[in-house]
Design a protein around this ligand. Structure first.
Ligand code: NAD
Length: 484
């Protein structure tokens, strides 16, 4: 099979380059295991060159006016838009995510660039009346060189939407794309090279162990923003602390509850449970409400409906708009999901649908698993405690509001949560008591630009997607002007 893209270069210091040792990694289409492209296997030297070029570039970038900087960012967005179809096809083939919802990813990237471009004027300091005779002011200064390390589920969107705030604040960025889905990053490299000043936007592909670690340990990168698994997040905190004092923010996993009250329509809850699980990307979404907590009065009615819907999901070619669910992203992900099927058996969860690999010729090659529902999932079971990051929905039941809250909070995670009820008091009471950073009342899954997103407990540190994210890429400098 032909490559889906011939773009195979990183972006370092305004140049499209291969790695310092000339090595590549093949990229695999998870739907059929065909090799569909390649990416440079970046090295520690590549990271060092990217940091040096970013270090040289950021002062001039930070010295541009808000208008100039914003205009460059918006133009970057327009250039992305011009290649949106190409990026979409690369991304679908490289991630396994289905094509229709993936159409939104470039749009989200462009909107984020526009949003932060418009916010630059809000990078204001303060005047503090600490003493009556003097002036005490703060300035917001960029860190200089910052890094973004991204996961495999939305590589292009994270590389752009989650660096826009850093660019707006006047930093130069180093992006580390995910190694299992790196191809869109090399199309992005070509676009960013034309759209942004040399050295302001750098991309270094390669493994987490080499490139990721070199970024985290580089003494000139004080600000690191990570999206990925909790284990890697903690490894990054440790490695960063070995080297220097760093500002590390983490967007990690979740085992997010959707709590349904008995006053809700079972059909509505079943539809919400489907949306909340993000089967369109095989459940590989940090915000997926993968624990469905049903009040006992509606438990059976909702469960029947959910099982019926899940068993009808059409698996197939992610590039076909008729497909509901594609393959999981990699062999590693596949094995992780399969291990959960085994654990569910051992723990005694009740399998309702799925629970294995699909039959049939189209699924012989590729990383396919069936969309799956387990009932009677309880605290203590692996399926209750651990993020699968795959298409497994776990269903539990509750009787009292206190019990629902306790169950919701009974994992180490606290990323998202959803409450479904028409009773405003129950809705707000539960929303306030659930220890998650992002709660939907009568909603699920959606992110809203400008509205902070991030996790409590072991789901993360920091908030992204709002003005707070932009401010987090600056340091306050206080100046005391002694007038007397
Ligand atoms: P991962 O942690 O395996 O990898 C993420 C990135 O970290 C990759 O680019 C990888 O190369 C890099 N990396 C790996 N080891 C590293 C190291 N030692 N030092 C520096 N970088 C290293 O995660 P994944 O499997 O790609 O993504 C799935 C995880 O991401 C899930 O847990 C999911 O919940 C989480 N996620 C969170 C959010 C959020 O906003 N909270 C969004 C999407 C995904």
């Amino acid at each position: 099979m032909a490559y889906v893209t011939n773009s195979d270069r990183m972006l370092i210091g305004g140049e499209l380059v291969h790695s310092s040792n000339g090595e590549f990694d093949p990229s695999i289409n998870p739907a059929n295991e065909a090799v569909i492209g390649r990416s440079p296997r970046g090295t520690t030297e590549d990271v060092a060159r990217a940091v040096a070029s970013a270090q040289a570039a950021w002062p001039a970038w930070a010295a541009t006016t808000p208008g100039e900087r914003g205009a460059r960012m918006r133009a970057f967005g327009q250039a992305l838009k011009a290649r949106a179809e190409e990026i979409l096809h690369v991304e679908v083939a490289d991630t396994g995510n289905t094509i229709t919802p993936m159409r939104g990813d470039v749009g989200m990237a462009v909107e984020s660039l526009d949003y932060y471009a418009g916010l630059i004027h809000e990078l204001k300091g303060e005047t503090i009346p600490a003493t009556p005779d003097n002036l005490h002011i703060t300035l917001r200064e960029p860190y200089g060189v910052v890094a973004r390390i991204a996961p495999f589920n939305h590589p292009l969107m994270f590389a752009v939407a989650r660096t826009a705030a850093a660019l707006a604040a006047g930093n130069a960025v180093i992006v580390k794309p995910p190694e299992t889905s790196p191809l869109s990053a090399m199309v992005l490299a070509e676009i960013a090279r034309e759209a942004l000043p040399q050295g302001v936007f750098n991309i270094v592909t390669g493994t987490g162990a080499t490139v990721g670690d070199a970024i985290v340990r580089h003494p000139d990168i004080k600000r690191i923003a990570f999206i990925g698994s909790p284990g890697t997040g903690r490894a990054i905190q440790r490695a960063a602390a070995d080297v220097a004092v760093k500002h590390v923010t983490l967007e990690l996993g979740g085992k997010n509850p959707l709590i349904a009250f008995p006053d809700t329509d079972p059909d509505v809850i079943a539809a919400a449970a489907m949306r909340g699980m993000n089967f369109t990307w095989q459940g590989q979404s940090c915000g997926s409400t993968s624990r469905l907590l049903l009040h006992e009065d509606i438990h059976d009615a909702v469960l029947d409906r959910v099982v019926e819907r899940v068993s009808k999901l059409r698996l197939g070619d992610p590039a076909d708009p008729a497909t509901d669910m594609g393959p999981v992203n990699s062999r590693v992900q596949l094995e992780k999901v399969l291990a959960f099927f085994e654990a569910a058996k051992v723990d005694g969860a009740r399998l309702m649908t799925g629970g294995g690999r699909p039959d049939g010729a189209p699924f012989r090659r590729g990383f396919w698993v069936e969309p799956t529902v387990y009932a009677d999932v309880r605290p203590g079971m692996r399926l209750w405690q651990e993020e699968v990051f795959g298409p497994i929905l776990s269903v539990g039941r509750w009787k009292t509001v206190d019990e629902a809250v306790e169950l919701a909070n009974s994992t180490e995670y606290g990323l998202t949560g959803a409450v479904w009820t028409n009773d405003i008091r129950n809705a707000l009471n539960v929303a306030r008591r659930v220890r998650s950073g992002h709660i939907w009342i009568n909603g699920c899954s959606s992110h809203f630009l400008g509205v902070p997103f991030g996790g409590m407990k072991n789901s993360g540190v920091g908030r992204e997607e709002g003005i707070e994210e932009m401010v987090s890429y600056t340091e306050a400098k206080t100046i005391n002007i002694m007038l007397n």
